[in-house]
Design a protein around this ligand. Structure first.
Ligand SMILES: Cc1cc2nc3c(=O)[nH]c(=O)nc-3n(C[C@H](O)[C@H](O)[C@H](O)COP(=O)(O)O)c2cc1C
Length: 216
């Protein structure tokens, strides 16, 4: 069921831009913020394993503390909500059982119904742990959530700035993540653009569609 027309969707995706200046006075309404949190929870991930944690910073004092840890980008201080997106840096095979137990809880049946899937998941995770690619895999999943968050925000008319210009280890210290099993990867500032932001009206810089999309 389409709830947006094609025109509306593309209008919102064109309206969206990496906001450089937020209006510090405008705060996202609680209900809207809850929807954006749901959008994070609903993000898809490989095998559905959700190797992530999202810390939403609304406290102005904490945002000020994070400012120098984000290359002094004013978005951190002036946004309404600053979302720190962390990956599971100690991903273990036990996550497979956790997922399968959650599957049975949500859909019924028995864990043993999923033995074939379990074998595949365990094989993949074990190979990734052995090959030291597990962290990369976890990080990739977090970026999917970032994409979903940005698109959801755009559809709801909320401005966002994805931010890799950050100092993850120092942010981990401020947020007390060091012993949590999660590490900061990327962030996303959310709020409302300030009318002074000249980036809002700049033309998009995108390579030609026929160069980046091929049809077979
Ligand atoms: C993963 C990621 C990290 C980014 N990090 C920053 C950042 O730290 N600061 C910033 O101002 N913009 C950042 N950007 C914004 C990009 O520069 C911007 O999305 C790109 O130039 C395209 O412009 P548009 O999003 O305004 O269409 C980041 C974008 C992505 C996707």
């Amino acid at each position: 069921m389409a709830t947006l027309t094609i025109t509306e969707l593309l209008a919102q995706l064109n309206w969206r831009y990496a906001t450089k200046a937020f209006d510090p006075e405008e705060k996202i309404h609680e209900t809207t913020m809850e929807a954006l949190e749901d959008s994070l929870v609903l993000s898809p991930s490989s095998f559905g394993l959700q190797p992530w944690k999202f810390i939403i910073v609304e406290d102005q004092a904490v945002k000020e503390q994070l400012l120098p840890l984000t290359w002094n980008q004013p978005q951190t201080r002036d946004c309404s909500h600053f979302v720190v997106m962390a990956y599971n840096d100690s991903f273990e095979l036990s996550e497979v059982d956790r997922y399968l137990n959650a599957t049975v809880e949500a859909r019924g049946g028995d864990v043993s119904d999923h033995d074939a899937l379990k074998g595949m998941m365990v094989g993949f995770i074990q190979r990734s742990i052995d090959g030291a690619t597990i962290d990369d895999w976890c990080k990739n999943q977090v970026y999917i959530a970032l994409g979903q968050l940005m698109a959801s925000a755009a559809v709801l008319g909320i401005d966002a700035c994805p931010m890799e210009g950050i100092n993850p280890p120092e942010i981990d210290k401020v947020l007390g993540l060091e012993t949590s099993g999660f590490k900061t990867l990327v962030a996303c500032a959310l709020g409302y653009r300030d009318e002074s932001d000249k980036y809002a009206d700049l033309p998009k810089i995108r390579y030609p569609k026929d160069e980046i999309i091929e049809h077979r």
